[in-house]
Design a protein. Structure first.
Length: 286
């Protein structure tokens, strides 16, 4: 695996792969890689000849009181994981390389609709930062496919909308969330948890799973289910950001006719903000 840090080197390496007739896949990340990221790279390696991963902790998507400074940076270990997973090229640019004129001067890409509410409501500007950096990465690499995790469900929906609205010829692939044995969604931010918090957090997915089971069994009073779910999570010691049932395709509020649903949660464990979700289809007759 080669590592490049400049757009110029990135374009040259991708051009060479193209000249060799290879198709290209991109896996954008912020590093501190775990088995969830590895699954995305492995999927890309199954689908294309040349896998590019990026590691960039994008300041543009962090709020002023968020964890930009403390976000874990583990480049040496990340490279080992990428090699094992089948990555051919790592792009690990500096902030100056990505935003040479500074972030205030950067053209911003705003995806409307699906970026509003949920994480977009709690993290103002977050999805503008994501859409902008992902657009830049897409322009730099011009991949055939790009792979994202369903753990960041709203992000995936924003990127699908971005690609459709701006007619980008890139196939977006969403990969299932990789979980620890106790159900916790793998996330770089799990590393912020102490032992007591780590013991408590499997309750997040258990709650989502219970709610999904109840809905599949016929429960339709979503507001009541949400109140109950929040009480359960608050009782486990978490501070709620949101817990919502939405349409799985466009994240709009659910109507009685909708069959494809997603329950999304964001909460604080101490100062650590975690997200998770469960998407499911209502069985026939339910
Ligand atoms: N458990 C997981 N399973 C599958 N994909 C994942 C998982 N966690 C993250 N991803 C995906 O990896 C890509 C890079 O995400 P990122 O580097 O932010 O990792 P993260 O672990 O989600 O970190 P954070 O704690 O910052 O949310 C995104 O497409 C994200 O959805
Ligand atoms: C897609 C992404 C790499 C953009 O910075 C980031 O939001 C992430 O890691 O999910
Ligand atoms: N995984 C999404 C990146 C972020 O939380 O900023």
């Amino acid at each position: 695996m080669n590592t490049v840090t400049t757009v110029r080197e990135l374009r040259a390496a991708v051009a060479q792969a193209r000249a060799e007739g290879k198709d290209i896949g991109l896996v954008p990340t912020m590093g501190n890689l775990h088995a969830g990221h590895a699954a995305l790279v492995e999927k890309a390696a199954q689908r294309v000849d040349f896998v590019v991963a990026s590691i960039f902790v994008n300041p543009l998507q962090f709020g002023p009181k968020e964890d930009l400074e403390g976000y874990p940076r583990t480049l040496a270990a990340d490279k080992e994981r990428l090699i094992e997973a089948g990555c051919q090229l790592l792009f690990a640019p500096s902030v100056e390389e990505m935003y040479p004129d500074g972030m205030a001067a950067q053209t911003i890409v705003h995806v409307s609709g699906v970026s509003e509410g949920l994480c977009g409501g709690s993290r103002p500007g977050h999805f503008d930062g994501v859409s902008t950096v992902v657009t830049k990465l897409f322009q730099m690499v011009q991949p055939d496919i790009a792979i994202f995790g369903q753990k960041d469900y709203q992000q995936l929906a924003v990127i699908r909308t971005l690609v459709r609205d701006l007619n980008m010829p890139i196939q977006i692939i969403g990969e299932p969330t990789v979980r620890a044995d106790d159900g916790l969604a793998l996330s770089s931010r799990n590393g912020y948890l102490d032992a007591t918090q780590r013991a408590a957090v499997p309750a997040i997915y258990q709650c989502l799973h219970q709610m999904a089971t109840a809905i599949k069994a016929g429960a339709r009073d979503y507001p009541a289910l949400i109140v109950e779910g929040k009480q359960q999570l608050e009782g486990a010691g978490f501070r709620m950001d949101y817990l919502e049932v939405r349409r799985a395709d466009n994240l709009r509020p659910v109507t009685a006719e909708d069959r494809n649903l997603v329950i999304l949660v964001a909460l604080f464990v101490g100062t650590t903000r975690l997200i998770d979700n469960i998407a499911f289809e209502l069985p026939e007759g339910a």
